[in-house]
Design a protein around this ligand. Structure first.
Ligand SMILES: Nc1nc2c(ncn2[C@@H]2O[C@H](COP(=O)(O)OP(=O)(O)OP(=O)(O)O)[C@@H](O)[C@H]2O)c(=O)[nH]1
Ligand SMILES: [Mg+2]
Length: 381
């Protein structure tokens, strides 16, 4: 029998492949950084010329290297309270790792990272941390999470839950961030992660009158995004790559499905910048999908969502790479220009030298000839 974990391989494969390609490209960018540095180290004169002309900042390749080595690439999952964010992440992971809740809402940010060791770090509201390590996969992590941030735990106790375990698809830098449900004035924590997000998945509770009816969250998010964009803080985040998942689709009556879907599409079209209904919106039932996966299959809706990941995530990753590469290209162009100028100056000076040598030789020959003539004249007298 195909297990649920095997069935979710599609989403895992899609992400794994995308992130793997991206890592290779980042490797190339780092290689070029190293080569540029080597050239510059050998040629202090060139460094001086470039610094004089473009300022010291142009030679600062360290920040590209630092960003590539250190920065995390979050896959951010956000949405209304209880819309099914954690359930969706569990589908992506292929296991019921995060607790899902019936009533109380999560106020904790959960960050999931790939690591060979299994560990959970709880950070409470006074920044006190509790670390628990797990020796194997036998369900201990699920139980611990249920106990501390699950249905029966005390709400609002922890700010962060950092979960490390082997999630090969995430590789080194990608992290999955499960954010607290947005609601009135509760979008703040979401914005910590958006500027560097490589994917932004917004879960809508479609079972709740379309999930967008009396929500001003879209407006709040857009206002914030626009402000951040103006300040240049948004880096590579592109609103047009946001994926809107209409979850709890099983709760929408079949005779109302078209109307509900159109209602959500219209709302997004009017509010979200450049929203494209053919690319950015997906229907899903996380609960039914989990059951299907247990039986060894997946729905068309889920498959569409996976293709969405394949389309959207590379767009943001490309933007990041272009940003790194643009600075390098600028520097390489300027270096090449200055090196060519130097070569041409030195060629010119070689031509000048040759010309001067030739002149001197000519003059010497003339002098010689004059002396010779004088000698001949003297001898004949
Ligand atoms: N019928 C139905 N219920 C769902 C679906 N997805 C999630 N649920 C249920 O909705 C409740 C909330 O799910 P979660 O995954 O915890 O939602 P969440 O968005 O993470 O919730 P908070 O973190 O508390 O904001 C749980 O009882 C889930 O079982 C779905 O597709 N259909
Ligand atoms: Mg949750």
């Amino acid at each position: 029998m195909v297990t649920r974990r095997q069935m979710s391989i599609d989403a895992q494969f899609a992400l794994g492949e995308i992130l793997d390609n991206d890592n290779q490209r980042k490797g190339k960018i780092l290689e070029i950084c190293t080569q540029i540095k080597k050239v510059l180290e050998k040629d202090k004169g060139l460094q001086d010329i470039l610094t004089k002309e473009f300022g010291i900042e142009i030679l600062n390749l360290n920040h590209i290297q630092k960003e590539i080595y250190d920065s995390e690439c979050p896959i951010v999952v956000a949405g209304e309270v209880s819309a099914g964010k954690s359930s969706l992440i569990n589908l992506l992971l292929g296991r019921s790792l995060l607790p899902v809740r019936q009533l109380a809402s999560t106020s904790t940010i959960c960050r999931l990272r790939n690591s060979k060791d299994r560990q959970i770090v709880l950070t409470d509201n006074d920044d006190k941390q509790t670390t628990k390590t797990f020796s194997d996969e036998k369900g201990g992590m699920e139980m611990f999470l249920e106990e501390h941030v699950g249905r029966r735990s005390k709400p609002h106790r922890y700010k962060y839950v950092d979960i490390s375990l082997p999630i090969p698809i995430l590789q080194e830098h990608a992290i999955i961030v499960d954010t607290p449900g947005v609601g009135k004035n509760k979008t703040g924590r979401l914005f910590e992660y958006l500027p560097n997000a490589i994917a932004f998945i917004y879960v809508i509770n479609a079972g709740n009158a379309g999930g967008v009816e009396n929500d001003d969250w879209l407006q709040q998010i857009i206002v914030h995004l626009t402000e951040q964009q103006k300040k240049g803080h948004l880096h590579d985040f592109k609103p047009e790559t946001t994926m809107f998942v209409c979850n709890k689709w099983d709760q929408v009556q079949s005779n109302e499905q078209d109307e509900v879907f159109q209602f959500i599409v219209d709302k997004l079209k009017s509010d979200w910048p450049n929203f494209d209904e053919n690319l950015q919106i997906f229907k899903l039932s996380a609960v039914q999908e989990k059951e299907l996966m247990e039986k060894g299959s997946t729905s068309d809706n889920y498959n569409n969502f996976v293709s969405g990941i394949r389309t959207m995530v590379p767009i943001t990753l490309d933007a990041k790479i272009v940003r790194y590469a643009r600075k390098q290209t600028f520097l390489i162009e300027k270096m090449t220009d200055r090196i060519l100028e130097k070569i041409s100056t030195s060629q010119q000076s070689m031509i000048d030298k040759e010309k001067r040598r030739k002149d001197a030789e000519d003059r010497l020959q003339q002098l010689d000839r004059k002396h010779l003539n004088k000698d001949v004249m003297l001898k004949t007298q």
